[in-house]
Design a protein around this ligand. Sequence first.
Ligand SMILES: [Zn+2]
Length: 463
Amino acid sequence: MIDTLIKNAMVITVDPQRRVFMDGAIAIHDGDILEVGPSGPVCARYEAAQVIDAAGMIAMPGMVNCHFHLPQVLMRGINDNTDAMHKLKYYIWPVQGHYDEQDALVSTRLGLLEMIKSGTTAFLSTGLHPRYGLDAIAEAMIDSGIRGVISKYVMDISAYALDSSALDPGLWETGEESMRQAIALIEKWDGAANGRLHAWFSPRSVGGCSVALLKEVSRLAAEYGVGITAHWAEVQNNVDYTLEKYGLLPAEFAESVGLLGPNVTFAHGIYFTDGEIELLGRTRTNICHCPVCNTKLAMGIAKVPQMLAAGANVCLGNDGVPVNNTADMFREMRTALLIHRVNSGNAEYPTAAQAIEMATINGAKAIMADRVAGSLEAGKRADVILIDTHKPHIYPVYDPVSVVAWAANGSDVDTVLIDGQVVMRHREVLTLDEAQILADAQARSHKILEQAGVRPNLVWPLL
Ligand SMILES: [Zn+2]
């Protein structure tokens, strides 16, 4: 008797052969996928305690969101109309610089709820600050049932690239203290919850870290066997900074401090040159493309086709909710397809299949979880989402791959399993109190702005 059998689904496996079963089944026991194949033979082989009839549903690996800011979720929509630096300096950082632990926890829970409800089963959250309450965030993640990586900011310079006044004083940390807390987070939480939770280093920015600190991060990440994530080459300011200070382009500077490789995930990477992209591909460095954020903020277009051609592992992320405004990975897939097609004038590339790869298996690689997640195949943990296709905006269904990349939305996800556990069934999240989370978020939203002296950027007056 096995735990769970999902049957009669259109299964997009993203396995090495990229098999798609139009009437498929998935056998799951103790959180592991035992077998994926046609419903008839698989169902004949197993008797299950729980049978999920997924007729009319697409089963696929859960999305992996490789760039997210848990504490920013409460700032959804506070300013939709300025560029990245303005938004960070005058909105996001002042608000976060006044956060207390409860603010960060409410934001975290809202983010976890939104991700699970839109089919994200694993994520990488960039830098946390001690004022957010690191242990409570780790515990909230574990309780939600999601798979993920949290990372602790490290810094020893209070500037952001060439701007010495950008970062709110409430977010400053010394090198010694930020490293001590990062190490404590890793020692306490990396590998917790049966390996669902991991903890990494997150250098705050190129201008926020000395060469000595970055080299120490590289050394310690290797020693602990953990990853490193950072914003890199996201704005022109980053390029100007490394060129002016070190005479190197951002990826060259990263190489000089030991910050390239399969355990490194850079967010954005918009300003990498062709030479840097070759270097990133050669070192198998991961780049998290954030297409909705990059287009909304008019940041520029990352050279994703060149990155893929160079062998770099390109995955997808939402970045922060204030720069997006959702955590829906279906939007990221679609936006990536749209911007790279119009940018290259080529309607054949990238494809729906490539968008799904970036959102699943490539993401799992980027968070160093591809041995357990990112595809549906025997031996991996069961991180599975079921997408309901009984919808006017989806019917008729010719090809489930097309449906996922071009037509479906996060709100079409009906059921979510993570590590074999059903965490959402028929859109009800079983591990989180949705009504309470929404009430807490609305109650906190005005408080966090008032305590920071920030007002929402409105286009029309709210009467
Ligand atoms: Zn970010």
